[in-house]
Design a protein around this ligand. Structure first.
Ligand SMILES: Cc1ncc(C[n+]2csc(CCOP(=O)(O)OP(=O)(O)O)c2C)c(N)n1
Length: 546
C-alpha cells in the first residue's frame, strides 16, 4: 500500500471525522489519499484557525482533533494553536508536511526544524521516517494526546515517505480504563471533610472533560456542601443550583473570595494550575484536597495537603460512599455571601444605556441560548463578564480559554462546535480585536453552510488592556484602533450583517439570527466604562463590607 493511503487508513481507524487545514505541495500525496476517504477535509484560510478548530473538536469530543499544514510557514502558523491545546488540555494532532528527507533538490528552502520547534508545545513530536512506522506513530500520537492530561501531538510526514510502499497493518486502539484512586487516600479525604467546619467544593477545568457532572451534582445534593467554579470549570454542575456561590472570574477581591477566605477546607475537583488561580493558598491557611486524574503541579500558590489521584468521577463517588453529613458543618456565611453575589449580578441587566453595558449583553445572550446552547468566547474583557455573570447550565457550553488565553480562537472554536453539534445553537462572542485576528474564517463558515451567529462587541480598542491600564492608574494611551464596517464586511463574505442601534434591539436581533439559516454577524457597540467602575472599584469596595 502507498504510505499516504496507509496514513489515511490509520486515521480512519482512530475514528477521525475531520481534518482542518491548509495543504501545501508537500501534502499533495496525503491530500490525494484523503480524496477517497470518508474523512472530511475542512479547508481553512489560516493554519492557526485550523489548529483552534481541531483543538476545540478534541475538547468537545475527547478524541484528538486533527489539523494539517505544510512545512515551514504553515507549521509555524500552527504554533499558537499547539500552545492553546497543550495548555488547555485539549487533544490535538498536528500533521505537517516536509521536503524529501532522503534526497532533496531544493537546498534548505522553507525548511525549519518543525519537530524540534514543537518540542515545548506538545506531549509528542516525531518525524515519520519510514512508511512502515506509520501505524505505530499514529497510534502513539492519539494515545498520548488523548490520555490524561490531554494535549497536543505532532507528526511530520515528509513527501518521499508519503510515496513509499509499505505492508504494515494499522494498529487498532486497545481497550483501556482510567486508573482509580486508592482507598487510603479516599479515607483520608473523608476524614478531612468530616472534620472540617466550613468545607467548600471547587469545580475546575479537569472536571469539564470526562463525565463528572452527574456525580458532582449528586455529591452537592447529598452533602449540602456549596461549590464554586473556575472559568474553565463552568457548567460541569448547573450554575443555577442553589448551592452555587459563583465563578472565580476575577483573581481576587470579589464577593466569592470572601467565601473562600472563610472556608477551612477546599475539595478541589479538577483544578489545573494553568488557569489563573481561583484562590491563593497561604501557609497555615485553608487546607486543600486535590482530586484529579494526576497529582498536583505544585506552585507557590498551590500546595495541596492531600491528593486523591485517579478518575475524578470515581474519586468523588468513592468519597461520597463513605462520607457522613456532619451536624457541625456550617455554611451560613457562604449562603450570606451568595445572596450578595446574586443581588449584584442583577444590577444593570435591564439597562437601556447605549452603547450597551456588558451586564446587559451577558443577560441577553443568556436569554437566547437554550441550556445546551454553546457560546465560544474569544479573549477580551467580556470573558470576565461572561465567566462571572453567565450561568452555564451544562458542561462545555461555555468555551473559553483561561489557559493560553489567546485572542483569535472565538470564531474558529464556534465553527468546530457547530460541526460537532449541528443541532445546537452556537454563538461566537468576540471583541473587535480578537475577531479581526481570524475573521477570514467567515468564508470557511459560509462555505460549509453553517448556521452560526457571531456577536462582535465593538469598543474600537483592546479593551481588556485598557481596563488593566486604568486599574494601574495610567492614562489612556496606545490601545485604540479603527474597524471595518462589520455589517458590510460580513456581507462581502456572503454572511448576513446586523447592527445594534439601541439596547433593546440586541435580544430580538440575536433571536432572529438564531432562527434564520446562515452565518450572521452582529455589530454590537459596547460601553466599557463599567469595566473600571464595577470590576476594578465597586466589587472591591462592596465585598470588603460583607
Ligand atoms: C494573541 C494575543 N495577543 C495579545 C493578547 C493580549 N490581550 C489580551 S486581551 C487583549 C485585548 C482584546 O481586545 P478585544 O478583542 O477587542 O476585546 P475587548 O477586551 O476590547 O473586549 C489583548 C491585546 C492575547 N491575549 N492574545
Amino acid at each position: 500500500m502507498k504510505a499516504s493511503d496507509l496514513f489515511v487508513k490509520a486515521l480512519e481507524c482512530e475514528g477521525v471525522e475531520y481534518i482542518f487545514g491548509v495543504p501545501g505541495e508537500e501534502n499533495l500525496d496525503l491530500l490525494e489519499s484523503l480524496r477517497s476517504s470518508r474523512i472530511r477535509l475542512v479547508l481553512t484560510r489560516h493554519e492557526q484557525a485550523a489548529g483552534f478548530m481541531a483543538a476545540t473538536y478534541g475538547r468537545l469530543t475527547g478524541k484528538a482533533g486533527v489539523c494539517l499544514s505544510t512545512l515551514g510557514p504553515g507549521a509555524t502558523n500552527l504554533v499558537t494553536a499547539a500552545a492553546y491545546a497543550q495548555l488547555g488540555a485539549m487533544p490535538l494532532l498536528m500533521v505537517t508536511g516536509q521536503k524529501p528527507i532522503k534526497r532533496s533538490k531544493q537546498g534548505r528552502f522553507q525548511i525549519v526544524d518543525v519537530v524540534q520547534m514543537m518540542q515545548p508545545l506538545t506531549k509528542y513530536t516525531q518525524q515519520i521516517a519510514s512508511g512502515d512506522n506509520i501505524p505505530s506513530r499514529i497510534r502513539e500520537a492519539f494515545r498520548i494526546s488523548e490520555e490524561e492530561r490531554p494535549g497536543a501531538a505532532h507528526l511530520e510526514f515528509p513527501e518521499d515517505v508519503a510515496i513509499e510502499e509499505t505492508t504494515s497493518p494499522v494498529i487498532p486502539k486497545s481497550l483501556t480504563r482510567r486508573a482509580i484512586a486508592e482507598k487510603k487516600a479516599v479515607r483520608r479525604a473523608v476524614g478531612m471533610i468530616e472534620a472540617a467546619r466550613h468545607p467548600l467544593l471547587l469545580v475546575g477545568a479537569g472536571a469539564n472533560r470526562k463525565s463528572t457532572s452527574k456525580i458532582l451534582g449528586e455529591f452537592i445534593d447529598r452533602t449540602g456542601i456549596p461549590f464554586f467554579s473556575t472559568q474553565m470549570g463552568k457548567g460541569v454542575v448547573d450554575e443555577r443550583h442553589p448551592l452555587f456561590l459563583g465563578n472565580a472570574a476575577l483573581s481576587a477581591d470579589d464577593f466569592l473570595h470572601r467565601a473562600i477566605q472563610s472556608a477551612d477546607l477546599i475539595i478541589n475537583a479538577g483544578h489545573d494550575v494553568v488557569e489563573k488561580p481561583p484562590f491563593v493558598m497561604t501557609h497555615g491557611g485553608v487546607e486543600v484536597i486535590h482530586v484529579h486524574f494526576s497529582s498536583a503541579a505544585v506552585d507557590p500558590l498551590y500546595f495541596p495537603q492531600l491528593e486523591v489521584v485517579g478518575d475524578i468521577a470515581n474519586s468523588i463517588w468513592q468519597i461520597l460512599q463513605r462520607l457522613t453529613v456532619q451536624p457541625g458543618w456550617d455554611f451560613s456565611r457562604f449562603m450570606q455571601i451568595k445572596a450578595h453575589v446574586e443581588e449584584h449580578l442583577k444590577l444593570c441587566i435591564d439597562s437601556t444605556d447605549f452603547p450597551l453595558c456588558p451586564s446587559r449583553v451577558v443577560g441577553d445572550v443568556r436569554k437566547v441560548m437554550p441550556s445546551d446552547g454553546i457560546i465560544a468566547l474569544d479573549n477580551g474583557i467580556y470573558k470576565i463578564w461572561f465567566a462571572r455573570n453567565y450561568k452555564a447550565h451544562q458542561p462545555n457550553t461555555v468555551l473559553l480559554d483561561n489557559a493560553l488565553a489567546s485572542m483569535g480562537a472565538g470564531l474558529p472554536s464556534a465553527i468546530a462546535a457547530r460541526l460537532v453539534f449541528p443541532d445546537r445553537r452556537v454563538m461566537a462572542v468576540c471583541g473587535d480585536g480578537g475577531f479581526m485576528m481570524n475573521s477570514q474564517e467567515l468564508e470557511t463558515a459560509v462555505r460549509l453552510r453553517l448556521n452560526l451567529v457571531v456577536l462582535i462587541l465593538r469598543d474600537d480598542a483592546y479593551g481588556m488592556i485598557k481596563w488593566k491600564q486604568a486599574g494601574m492608574g495610567f492614562e489612556n494611551f496606545g490601545l485604540d484602533f479603527g474597524n471595518p464596517d462589520f455589517v458590510q464586511y460580513a456581507r462581502s463574505y456572503g454572511a448576513q450583517g446586523h447592527r445594534v442601534e439601541r439596547a433593546q434591539d440586541l435580544l430580538p436581533i440575536m433571536e432572529a439570527c438564531h432562527s434564520a439559516p446562515g452565518v450572521h454577524v452582529i455589530d454590537c457597540p459596547v460601553d466599557y466604562s463599567d469595566n473600571d467602575r464595577i470590576l476594578n472599584k465597586e466589587i472591591k469596595e462592596r465585598s470588603r463590607l460583607i
